[in-house]
Design a binder for this molecule. Structure first.
Ligand SMILES: NC(=O)c1ccc[n+]([C@@H]2O[C@H](COP(=O)([O-])OP(=O)(O)OC[C@H]3O[C@@H](n4cnc5c(N)ncnc54)[C@H](OP(=O)(O)O)[C@@H]3O)[C@@H](O)[C@H]2O)c1
Length: 254
């Protein structure tokens, strides 16, 4: 069941990493509420175009927007391009992330840096660039950041990913305090395990079976189940929600 109304009809959203997975589902969910969505991607132009077609089919408007979230200057230019092209920006969803997994002693410095650049510094850069437009427009706004259950509880073999995702929570709470006086809410959504390319690559069949045994709802989540919560937080009914970490994890962490 998805929210289907025109509550975001006049709104412009930018979703990073929207060519695939959870980001694609978020773009479609915002489109279903009538938003104009900029579909950011890094390299999968074909997939970004597919997302745009799905957003339009859902009732929204969509344009692909390439930039590397790990490059702060490119992020700033990308956010500006979206805001200039649409004449406004109301919603930023920081969804793009990479997962490079290895135990501490084998973890390469460059993999640590890459993970932090995309998953944390990129979020900071996008928030800063979007805040500039949101504050200038004086029309409020929404910033939504994807963290992860493992950023809250740790995960062996994921030192950089979990550190970045924990950092996203701190960033979310601080920006919620800084931007609240200007009517901009900032929240994080913390998924459990969701069926996407990211988990398909990282979780073996054996690990998947062990994981399922720990999830009270006894199944992996679907991208749409995360997107529905984002679509709610992006809408007018969530105006009094800020600085929160909303868990969508089948009960894995309570
Ligand atoms: N899947 C899960 O179980 C899970 C659980 C908790 C949290 N999350 C979080 O949810 C979010 C989405 O995860 P997912 O599983 O949907 O990931 P995914 O399937 O691996 O998709 C990643 C998306 O991010 C984009 N991307 C990667 N690096 C980028 C960069 N440097 N610049 C711009 N775009 C970039 C990719 O673009 P291209 O198509 O161009 O490569 C793709 O659209 C992430 O923040 C992740 O940490 C996921």
């Amino acid at each position: 069941m998805a929210i289907q109304d025109q509550a975001l009809a006049e709104k412009v959203a930018l979703v990073t990493g929207a060519s695939r997975g959870i980001g694609r589902a978020i773009a479609v969910a915002l489109g279903r509420r009538g938003a104009r969505v900029f579909v950011n991607y890094q390299s999968r132009e074909d997939a970004a175009h597919e997302t745009c077609a799905l957003v339009i089919a859902a009732g929204g408007q969509a344009s692909p927007l390439q930039f590397d979230v790990g490059d702060a200057a490119a992020v700033e230019a990308g956010v500006k391009r979206a805001a200039d092209e649409a004449g406004r920006l109301d919603i930023l969803v920081n969804n793009a992330a990479v997962s490079i997994d290895q135990l501490l002693l084998r973890f390469k410095q460059e993999d640590w840096q890459k993970t932090l650049d995309v998953n944390l510094t990129g979020v900071f850069a996008a928030c800063k660039a979007a805040a500039r437009h949101l504050l200038k427009a004086r029309a409020g706004g929404r910033i939504l950041n994807l963290t992860s259950v493992v950023g809250e509880m740790g995960s062996a073999g994921q030192v950089a990913y979990t550190t970045a995702k924990a950092g996203v929570i701190g960033l979310t709470k601080t920006l919620a305090r800084e931007l609240a006086p200007r009517g901009v809410t900032v929240n994080a959504v913390s998924p459990g395990f969701v069926d996407t390319d990211m988990t398909a690559a990282a979780i073996s069949d054996e690990a998947r079976a062990k994981l399922l045994a720990q999830i009270p709802l006894a199944r992996i989540g679907r991208p749409e189940e995360i997107a529905n919560v984002i679509a709610f937080l992006a809408g007018p009914e969530a105006a009094y929600v800020t600085g929160q970490v909303i868990r969508v994890n089948g009960g894995l962490l309570m």
